[in-house]
Design a protein around this ligand. Structure first.
Ligand code: PMV
Length: 337
């Protein structure tokens, strides 16, 4: 099934209908960081994953969007006060996605986007970007879809976007259906106010290889990837148990092991993929040394060189001392420290 066919199926009688009211819609969605990673697709067009994943939202960092009908007869995107040029990847990805919902060819959109992810934070903005866009489309077209339906739609823009429809912990259930209607985010009810995440940024340069391409190469060529589904099942169970029981050691150990295993599958791809910079490696050594000294801190790493540290609020002074410049994010109430 193609993306456009699925969108028609989901929209049903809404498809192709021009909204009568609400000529401007406004929405916000947070970024998210996976504690159990999504790595590998069973359907590359619908962004259907081979395994489930689990994330936590960064409520202070995300995308705010004002979406309206553009009477200027052209699509227009303004990002953080600057127009986005039509020859950029950002523009093409956005327009390809919004074309799935355009009711008439003569209908144009204007999107004014403010990313509250600091430009220097090196966090992927596509998850919060597509999640906020889908929330705004839901308002603009008056679909009145629930969050799970919107999560399916957001997934079509970027896989991890399906986890950005909620605050807190969110599980993306892989699902088994060919149309992916059972592959969406499901929020966990638990909160963990003492849990902190710190951003350790080494580079904000464009990735040498996109996560989309790296995932495909890993699935197709890495022998280690054969063990990934079993690793995810076991990590997922441990992470959910850790969240239920507020067992920080189990959470930290499992999330870190999961990230290391994901990067091992990439290293084993042909040709091998590494996102690490020298600073990534020395910081990982430092984190291990800190643990030997009794400081409870763990890391996770996505498709880039930067690290995200996981720790409890009580350890924040020690950790900030060891990593000056660490940006600490509150996970269960808005703001940074
Ligand atoms: O949603 P994408 O295509 O940007 O892929 C995200 C992949 C990872 O960040 C590496 C893992 C994850 O689960 O977020």
């Amino acid at each position: 099934m193609k993306k456009s066919e699925l969108v028609q199926q989901i929209l049903g009688s809404h498809f192709g209908k021009v909204p009568e009211n609400h000529r401007t819609a406004e929405a916000f969605a947070p970024s998210n960081i996976a504690l159990c990673k999504y790595w590998g697709k069973r359907d590359t067009d619908l962004n259907l994953p081979l395994t489930s994943s689990l994330s936590v939202a960064l409520p202070a960092f995300g995308s705010h969007i004002l979406l309206s009908v553009n009477s200027d007869k052209k699509d227009e995107i303004i990002l953080n006060d600057s127009p986005v040029q039509s020859d950029t990847q950002f523009y093409r990805r956005f327009i390809d996605y919004i074309n799935l919902f355009r009711p008439k060819l003569s209908w144009y959109f204007k999107a004014v986007i403010h990313s509250t992810v600091p430009v220097s934070a090196g966090l992927a903005s596509s998850a919060s970007g597509f999640a906020s866009l889908v929330l705004a489309l839901n308002q603009l077209f008056e679909w009145q879809f629930d969050r799970r339906q919107l999560s399916v739609l957001a997934r079509l823009g970027s896989g991890s976007a399906c986890r950005s429809l909620w605050d807190g912990f969110v599980e993306w259930q892989a699902g088994v259906r060919a149309d992916g209607m059972d592959s969406h985010g499901v929020p966990l009810e638990q909160i963990w106010p003492d849990l902190c995440l710190g951003l350790l940024i080494f580079s904000v340069d464009a990735k040498p290889i996109s996560s989309r391409e790296a995932m495909q190469r890993t699935v197709q060529t890495s022998r280690l990837y054969r063990d990934w589904p079993a690793q995810v099942s076991s990590d997922m169970e441990k992470i959910k148990k850790a969240i239920r029981e507020k067992n920080f050691l189990l959470l930290g150990e499992s999330a870190e092991a999961n990230a290391i295993a994901m990067h091992a599958t990439m290293a084993d791809a042909i040709p091998g993929i590494s996102y690490a910079l020298p600073e990534t490696k020395t910081s990982i050594q430092k984190i291990r040394q800190m643990r030997d000294e009794g400081i409870s801190v763990y890391f996770t790493q996505d498709a880039g060189p930067n690290l995200k540290l996981i720790f409890l609020r009580q350890d924040m002074p020690d950790i900030s001392r060891c990593f000056p410049g660490l940006q600490v994010v509150q996970l269960f109430s808005a703001g940074t420290f």
